[in-house]
Write a protein that binds this ligand. Structure first.
Ligand code: NAP
Length: 348
């Protein structure tokens, strides 16, 4: 993959996730951004003339590109990252996949489609095998792969590391960052000094259902969802980046606390074995300090790609409890899609 870089495009390049993709792809050893698309509001304009909202410099090569409209399907390169708003992602992603493009999406629209792999490379890389059945059934020359909701990534990484202990019941309460709502997101007068115990778009259902698909098994050309149960409650909190998930977990095999912490700390998977460019050295960073993880101190560590875990202890109801946290825009979105694309490229 290192001889020449593959041209890639970004659908929804002007949003929060799209801009993080631009930043993460700037120095990428395998991929090179050559095409951008967004709404009619942005189409026809030079990317550098639109608002850049990251603290890093806009890469000059990408800034020189003119933003295309979403219907310019024939101009798009073969590999596309989608960071489109869910109101348009559904039909647009299908149009690009049908037209021979490999679409790696952040949007929620197709995640639970039985023929669309929902993938975290450390948790269920084998689900990519579903793509053969997808192409056959849909008649697409391209393909569509999704990454999970930004809180689900945090929850599923923890459960992936603990899978050997057979999770049975999981209670999760999230404290979700403002950047998870896109730009401009939640009104400042609603958000500041406040906790909002509701996030629209079916956020709780996404955590409860996507987790079971992710932890499911690929068998006979389909995904058999895991049979444990997840109950989620979500809250929006005035944190810029980093979703926290406070979890209580019932583990069927009844491991010791030492076994649980060792499994989290030593967790490693295919991205690390393959040394994928965006793979964190340790998918889970285990904290022993009683007051960690914290979004402000930990979310940006390792480029935002690890999930952080701390306060692993006994729960008098479900057996085990802990606090997990991950960068919602990086590990929960842009970096998740990028790692999926790297995994797909490495498996070719
Ligand atoms: P955002 O900041 O609101 O950006 C949305 C993008 O979609 C913009 O590029 C926008 O283009 C484009 N868009 C909106 N309406 C369009 C239309 N009618 N036609 C074409 N393009 C249109 O949202 P975001 O936070 O980056 O999220 C992007 C996607 O990732 C969403 O599906 C979201 O649910 C998902 N996601 C986000 C996060 C997160 O933490 N933020 C995490 C996981 C998944 P214009 O700028 O031209 O309007």
């Amino acid at each position: 993959m290192t001889a020449s870089r593959l041209d890639v495009g970004i659908l929804g390049a002007t949003g929060i996730v799209g801009q993080h993709l631009v930043a993460m792809l700037a120095e990428h050893p395998w991929f090179r951004v050559t095409w951008l698309a967004a709404s009619e509001r942005s189409a026809g304009r030079r990317y550098a003339d639109l608002a850049w909202r990251l603290p890093t410099r806009l890469p000059a090569e990408t800034g020189a590109l003119t933003v295309s409209p979403l219907d310019a399907v024939k101009d798009a390169p073969t590999l596309l990252f989608s960071a489109l708003d869910a109101s348009v992602a559904g039909d647009a992603e299908i149009a690009f996949a049908a037209a021979g493009r490999d679409v790696v999406s952040n949007a929620r629209n197709h995640r639970m489609d039985p023929l669309v792999p929902l993938v975290i490379p450390e948790v269920n890389p084998d689900h990519l095998s579903l793509l053969d059945a997808q192409r056959l059934a849909r008649g697409w020359t391209g393909s569509l792969v999704t990454n999970p909701n930004c809180s689900t990534v945090v929850v599923a990484m923890v459960l992936g590391a603990l899978r050997q202990f057979q999770p049975k019941r999981v209670m999760v309460t999230t404290l979700q960052a403002l950047s998870g709502a896109g730009y401009p997101g939640v009104a400042s007068l609603d958000a500041l000094g406040n906790v909002i115990p509701f996030i629209g778009g079916g956020e709780e259902e996404k955590i409860e259902t996507e987790t079971l698909k992710l932890l499911g098994r690929y068998e006979d050309g389909e995904i058999r969802h895991a049979d444990f149960v997840v109950s989620a409650q979500v809250n929006r909190v005035p944190v810029p980046d980093g979703h926290t998930a406070v979890m209580s977990i019932d583990l069927g095999t009844g491991p010791s606390l030492e076994e649980v912490t060792a499994a989290l700390e030593s967790f490693t998977a295919e991205p690390q074995k393959r040394d994928l460019p965006s793979a964190p050295a340790h998918p889970i960073v285990l904290h022993t300090a009683q007051d960690r993880p914290q979004p402000r101190l930990d979310a940006a560590f390792g480029g935002g790609m690890p999930v952080h875990c701390g306060r692993v202890r006994r729960c008098p109801i479900l057996g085990y409890k802990l606090v997990a946290m991950g960068h919602n825009v990086v590990r929960g979105a842009a970096g998740a899609a990028l790692l999926n694309a790297e995994l797909m490229a490495a498996r070719l």
